[in-house]
Every structure is written in structure tokens, then in C-alpha cells.
Design a binder for this molecule. Structure first.
Ligand SMILES: [Zn+2]
Length: 71
């Protein structure tokens, strides 16, 4: 299971369930258990897709067009 949450920079990121921390591409490192979990996904592929959708909801799409840019 993967957990999806949002960094304070606004970017949606995902972490494998059980992971203690996750570093956003902006450089901030979060303790996963301290973040509000937005969604859960059964695998990394679904998690990446959910993150992409969250980015599009926030930015209206177009800015983040590929998965490698949101990691
Ligand atoms: Zn960030």
C-alpha cells in the first residue's frame, strides 16, 4: 500500500506504507506519519497516477505532464 500526501510546497507525493520519511523534490523531508494522508494506492503505479491527478487538480494540468517530473 502506498500513501499519498501533500508537501507544504503544494506538490503531491507518495510513500510506501511503512516508510518512515519521504523527501519531496523541493528538498523538504517529511515524517510520513505526521502528514495528513490524502489517498491510498495498492501499488506504485496507481500511486503515481493519483499523484498526477492531484497535481492536475491543483495546477490545472499542462505543467506536470510526465511522471518523472513529479518525483
Ligand atoms: Zn515539496
Amino acid at each position: 500500500m502506498y500513501l499519498i500526501f501533500r508537501c507544504n510546497c503544494g506538490r503531491a507525493i507518495y510513500a510506501k506504507e511503512g516508510a518512515k520519511q519521504k523527501t519531496c523534490v523541493c528538498g523538504r523531508t517529511w515524517k510520513v506519519k505526521d502528514r495528513k494522508i490524502l489517498k491510498k494506492a495498492p501499488d506504485a503505479e496507481t500511486a503515481a497516477e493519483m499523484v498526477r491527478k492531484l497535481q492536475e487538480e491543483k495546477y490545472g494540468g499542462g505543467i506536470f505532464t510526465t511522471a518523472d517530473k513529479i518525483r
